[in-house]
Design a protein around this ligand. Structure first.
Ligand code: F0G
Length: 459
């Protein structure tokens, strides 16, 4: 295959879903009804849905076959053992605790280890992770390297932890206040940027120095491993499963959303080595998720995950996956549209602060851009800026670290012509960017406001 320039989708399509075309006027009506929050839209009114890569992937024929095979025994189902084997093949942690999605694993982990007075550092906590940490009264602290905080700065591993800052933070707070150190691979909130194995080893050394456990938020572990293979010296000839196991070997546990790099529509797990924490976690699991051999999942979901984990580490898949995200990003960058660079694994992040400098952060430039993309072309992206990260637990508001609009690419769902359409729409919105106006929030909940807040355009 290497001699050809075109990297094709390494699959054929045998089942399709229609996309309904809509007009700008129709979409304006939908926006008003939705309170200008794209989470409130009917998905059927979206043409290209880039809201998330979570749970939106297309399952393979083998995964659907697994759905048929799913055994729904309450305890000790064969589907559970197939799931367990598939997880431990990549992540050989002693205990694997299945949950209905990633945040359930987070909720359980932080219920066990969090609490007021505690602080949990990460390169960057994702929104649900931060919210689950803060819900226990603990503090969620982001310590990504300086390069990771600037949209246009190029760095091969922009998701890396700032090791000096981590060490200083633990020294300053005292190791007793830090129950666990987290590393998110890839760093979703920072642009889908990878973390190097060298950096993970550095985090491990610091954790060893203070005798702290290290947990991975491993949602996009395969994409991270692909970047390591491509970019980190010494890994070009290593297999992806090998690289994943090397990442896992540096950690004491992980939280996982199977809706990302297990290419399943639902699912997740918490895995860890510590017996005491695992006992406490299983007790909480039984309270809210289910018996420890199915957690929050049906047997059929366990099968889909087990098979998805085999497919996601396939190099033809990963080459196509990472290339197709870069294809979108590079086309936009060539048109002068500011994006987080280099282009990340699962999404292209438009830099709304740079594209809409006339809209101040507290008038939500990312939201304004996301709304414009839907209005113009029926494309649904997701604001990752002040709407998502601008509100503190005490209710005060300040600008988020960046003003981004994420165009997340569902796995194996859209073809190159869908993406060409996206490129055309984004270019057209960018040409008229100066005409876009900001928004104000008219209604919002105390936590995770981006999901349900309602907005009004500023005149
Ligand atoms: N950690 C990261 C890095 C994530 O990206 C997500 C979800 C979670 C944890 C929580 O997993 O959704 O299964 O409960 N991210 C989705 C997204 C929602 O759109 O990026 P979950």
């Amino acid at each position: 295959m290497e001699q050809w320039k075109t990297i094709i989708e390494p699959f054929r399509i045998k089942s399709v879903e229609p996309i309904r075309m809509t007009s700008v006027a129709e979409r304006e009506g939908h926006l008003r009804e939705a309170g200008y929050n794209l989470f409130n839209l009917h998905a059927a009114d979206v043409i290209i849905d880039l809201l998330t890569d979570s749970g939106t992937g297309a399952m393979s024929a083998e995964q659907w076959a697994g759905i048929q095979r799913g055994d729904e025994s309450y305890a000790g189902s064969p589907s559970w053992f197939r799931f367990l084997e598939s997880v431990q093949n990549l992540f050989p942690f002693k205990h694997v605790i299945p949950t209905h999605q990633g945040r359930a694993a987070e909720k359980i982990l932080f219920s066990v280890v969090g609490g007021s007075g505690k602080a949990i550092p990460s390169n960057t906590h994702f929104d649900t992770t931060r919210a689950n940490v803060e819900f226990t009264g603990a503090e969620a602290v982001d310590l990504v390297i300086e390069e990771g905080r600037h949209a246009s700065v190029i760095h091969p591993f922009k998701g890396n932890m700032d090791l000096e800052a981590l060490d200083a933070f633990i020294r300053d707070r005292g190791a007793d206040a830090v129950p666990v150190v987290m590393v998110t691979v890839t760093n979703n909130s920072g642009g889908g940027q990878p973390v190097s194995l060298e950096n993970l080893r550095g985090v491990r050394e610091i954790c060893d120095r203070y005798q702290l456990p290290l947990f991975l938020d491993a949602c996009r572990f395969a994409e991270n491993a692909w970047f390591i293979k491509q970019r980190e010296a010494g890994y070009a000839d290593r297999s992806i499963p090998d690289i994943v196991r090397e990442m896992a070997a540096l950690a004491d546990g992980m939280t996982m959303s199977a809706k990302k790099d297990a290419i399943a529509n639902i699912g997740g797990w918490l895995a860890l080595n510590d017996d005491g924490w695992a006992d406490a976690a299983r007790n909480l699991l039984i309270l809210t998720e289910g018996f420890p051999t199915y957690g929050g999942l049906a047997g059929r979901d366990l099968e889909a995950i087990a098979q998805g984990l085999r497919e996601v580490v396939d190099e033809d898949y990963l080459r196509y996956r990472i290339r197709s995200t870069a294809y979108l990003g590079e086309a936009l960058v060539e048109s002068g549209i500011p994006c987080v660079q280099p282009i990340g694994g699962h999404a292209v992040y438009l830099d709304a602060a740079a594209l809409l400098p006339h809209i101040p952060p507290l008038q939500y430039p990312g939201q304004a851009l996301a709304i414009a993309l839907y209005r113009e072309g029926g494309i649904r992206g997701c604001e990752i800026g002040t709407v998502m990260f601008g509100i503190r637990p005490d209710g005060t508001e300040s600008p988020g670290p960046m003003e981004l609009v994420r165009l997340a690419i569902p796995r194996r769902v859209y073809t190159q012509s869908h993406i060409d359409y996206v490129i055309e729409v984004v270019r057209s919105v960018a040409v008229d960017a100066a005409a876009l106006r900001g928004y104000r929030i008219v209604e919002q909940p105390a936590q995770l406001r981006h999901f349900t807040a309602r907005f009004e355009p500023l005149s």
